[in-house]
Design a protein. Structure first.
Length: 262
């Protein structure tokens, strides 16, 4: 009887020593990867999601993007690979950077003087200095960190519209002729972008503004890269709904911007 008792105890010890650790490892593997497929067919894999880190991978026909959100530092590292998984580039977004407030220029208190401005002088880089000595008056502006949006000015020669895709990409001219349609289309796309942006900020806070500007306001914004990065910060449903609408609106802005003739 004592022999049988010892034998049972021996097998129980083997079970808790071998079987339980194996079961623990298997469970960890099951929850470490989550695949999400969106309505447009984009697929993202959440590779790691714990108290300190979230890692998301997304792939398109050209590249693989792996975004890592360090929850301790709030920094996001974005690695771009080719389809053979050769590293092409690495970017680090500073999550602690304070977002710039969207600025509405207030020219009402500037000393305006009546001067004539030729159409050739209406360049974006010259408008702000000229505004201080002319009869320019800002009627409306909607912009993201002064890098993307539109500015509508009233002058003694008519309305001047300035539109901007990002820093270094801007156009300005009188609101007339065929440009009226293109300006209005651009304005509508910006308004759509901002409406979706505002919905996103209402859900997750203003801290995401800098990330949005960094991801969208580049020469070639990439949806796969954007969605991988944003899923490290917000839920997948939010990342797709508001952020896809923003991406579509910004793509429209690029099209309408190209149609405006100075």
């Amino acid at each position: 009887m004592k022999f049988i008792t010892k034998l049972v105890a021996f097998f129980a010890l083997c079970f808790f020593t071998v079987v339980l650790p194996m079961g623990t490892v298997q469970a960890a593997e099951e929850v470490s990867t989550q695949t999400i497929t969106f309505e447009d067919g984009t697929t993202a894999n959440i590779l790691v999601d714990n108290a300190s880190t979230r890692v998301v991978e997304a792939k398109d026909d050209s590249n693989i993007y792996i975004a890592t959100n360090d929850k301790q530092t709030n920094n996001i590292t974005i690695e771009t690979y080719d389809l053979e998984r050769n590293l092409l580039s690495t970017e680090v977004l500073d999550g602690n950077q304070i977002p710039t407030e969207e600025n509405d220029y207030n020219l009402d208190n500037l000393p305006f003087e009546e001067i004539q401005i030729s159409e050739e002088d209406i360049l974006f880089e010259n408008v702000m200095p000229l505004a201080a000595q002319s009869n320019y008056k800002l009627l409306q502006t909607v912009n993201l960190q002064e890098a993307y949006g539109y500015w509508i000015y009233s002058t003694n020669q008519g309305e001047i519209w300035m539109i901007k895709l990002r820093t270094g990409e801007m156009k300005s001219t009188f609101y007339k002729g065929d440009n009226k349609t293109h300006f209005n289309d651009f304005k509508r796309s910006v308004d759509n972008f901002m409406a979706s942006k505002n919905q996103l900020v209402a859900k997750v806070g203003t801290g995401i503004l800098t990330t949005i500007a960094t991801l969208y306001l580049v020469p070639e914004p990439v949806w796969t890269k954007i969605v991988a990065t944003l899923i490290t910060i917000v839920g997948a449903a939010i990342a797709y709904a508001e952020c896809k609408a923003m991406f579509d609106a910004y793509s429209d802005s690029r099209l309408y911007y190209s149609r405006v003739v100075q």
